[in-house]
Design a protein around this ligand. Structure first.
Ligand code: KDG
Length: 363
């Protein structure tokens, strides 16, 4: 049995040895030693911290605001953008704020105009309140597929539309995808136009959407996305319309029973940058950011289309799904023709003509 004396001797021996190796508390210092830094080379540590803090000091934080949550393909795209930019330069620290933490779409656009927020990626529909030509994307039943959307948005028409936002102190950098919108509600299955009668439907803050649902017999109300779930939960509205990924990944099936495959309009997301912040960046920095916005946009579109299929299958398990027949789709289209005619002049006859001509090339 080891005696106290021997223990004491042992203890004394141990302390002495450790001290000999350059200080007990430096147990981590073993790392320092292992690492390139040991006590007599403390300098690098300090300068390393200095260099790290210098980088952080010089780094500019770019905040991205989106309305959907961190399960959505738009959030995945935003994280891809962060990864791409931060892999190419130390100049920026990208922070992603989902679920409207900073602001809803419309307020976020206004913050970009004042330079109090750097980036937002909203649906194009709220942007119509700032650039009326964007109403072309709200004309129902125009774009027939994601592939056609790509051709139109990645072509000269898409470039022209991106340039148009500069008049509003915004920089349009890329097209991402929200997708084809479908109706949900908590009152009854909707399989034909007449089933819409009197349904209180939430729409985005957009006159064309309001007029279209009114023309179809529903009772639409405009509302920010951030208020939508609570409004459905409290019965303030009976229903809403969004792409399948948003419906599933925002858990709308918890407060909605019926899903109809209306596919009534394709909504792009637009990657917007604050012009006042943009003008402070170097051309090299601008190139890194715009290239990353385009590349992350391509990633987002692919992910969004995969998610649209996965989400529809999942939603069929939670909700009563109604397919809309081609004949009924035709009736929907005919019913809202007056709305398209009415808004052609608001949007601008020329740009509407250009858009429809561009579509005809591909569908
Ligand atoms: O992040 C985008 C959302 O804020 C919003 O655009 C989603 O489509 C949408 C809606 O219905 O408001």
């Amino acid at each position: 049995m080891r005696t106290k004396i021997s223990n004491l001797l042992m203890l004394f021996f141990l302390v002495f040895t450790l001290a000999g190796c350059g200080g007990g508390s430096n147990s981590t210092s073993s790392e320092i030693i292992d690492g390139e830094q040991n006590s007599d080379t403390a300098e690098p540590m300090e300068s390393e911290n200095e260099s790290v803090s210098n980088v952080e000091e010089e780094q500019r934080t770019l905040r991205i605001s989106i309305g959907v949550n961190d399960k959505h393909p738009e959030y995945e795209g935003a994280m891809k953008f962060k990864e791409l930019v931060e892999s190419k330069t130390d100049d920026f620290n990208i922070e992603v704020y989902h679920s409207g933490q900073i602001a809803d779409d419309r307020s976020a656009i206004e913050m970009l105009q004042f330079g109090t927020l750097e980036i937002t990626i909203p649906s194009t529909s709220p942007l119509v309140n700032f650039v009326r030509e964007y109403g072309v994307f709200d004309l129902p039943f125009t774009i027939s597929s994601g592939e056609v959307a790509d051709k139109v948005l990645d072509g000269p028409f898409g470039d022209k539309m991106l340039e148009l936002v500069e008049s509003q102190n915004l920089v349009g950098l890329a097209w991402w995808e929200n997708g084809f919108r479908n109706l949900t509600n908590s009152v009854r299955p909707v399989e034909k136009v007449e089933d819409l009668k009197g349904l209180k439907i939430r729409t985005m803050e957009n006159e064309i959407h309001l007029d279209a649902w009114r023309e179809l017999g529903a009772n639409p109300t405009p509302m920010a996305f951030t208020e939508l779930f609570a409004a459905m939960q409290q019965g303030t509205v009976d229903g809403q319309e969004n792409p399948y990924p948003t419906i599933e990944l925002s858990n709308f099936y918890e407060v909605q029973d019926y899903l109809s495959g209306t596919g009534h309009v394709y909504t792009p997301f637009i990657f917007l940058f604050s012009k006042s912040v943009w003008d402070e960046l170097t051309p090299e920095q601008q190139t890194i950011i715009s290239d990353a916005a385009v590349e992350a946009g391509e990633f987002n579109r692919i992910r969004n289309r995969e998610a649209a299929e996965e989400s529809l299958e999942a939603l069929k398990g939670f909700m009563t799904f109604s397919e809309i027949s081609p004949e009924e789709h035709k009736r929907f289209q005919e019913k809202i023709l007056p709305v398209i005619e009415k808004h052609k002049s608001n949007i601008g006859e020329d740009i509407v003509e250009e858009f429809l001509t561009e579509l005809e090339k591909y569908q």
